[in-house]
Design a protein. Sequence first.
Length: 117
Amino acid sequence: MIHEFRRAKRRKASNHILVTDTMTERVIGRIGNLSQTGMLLIASEPLVDDALYQFRFTLPAGGEGEDIAVDVGAHLLWLDSASAPGQAWAGFRFIAVPDAHARRMLAWIEAPGSHYE
C-alpha cells in the first residue's frame, strides 16, 4: 500500500497547459499536475537547479466561462531527466501567487470531475 504524504491534493492536467517564463516570454513546458502549493512541470527548455522563476499559464475554464490566467513565482526544488529526449520532470514550489490568482487556481483544482494524483 502506498501512502500519500502531500499536504495539498494535486490535480492531473488532462489538457496541454503550456507554461511561459515571463522573464523570457518563452514557453518552457507544460503542467503535469497542479496544486495550490506547487506543480510538476514537463520541461522542454533547460532549467537552472534551485532557481527562482516567474511563470504564467492559462487554466481551461471547462464548460462555460473564460479561461483562467495565473501568474506565479516558483522555486525549482528538483529536476530529473524524462524518457523523451530534450525533456525533464521538474518539481516547483510556489512562493508568490496573487490572491485573486490563488482563488482561481483553487477553483480549477477542486472543480467537479477532476482527477488527482
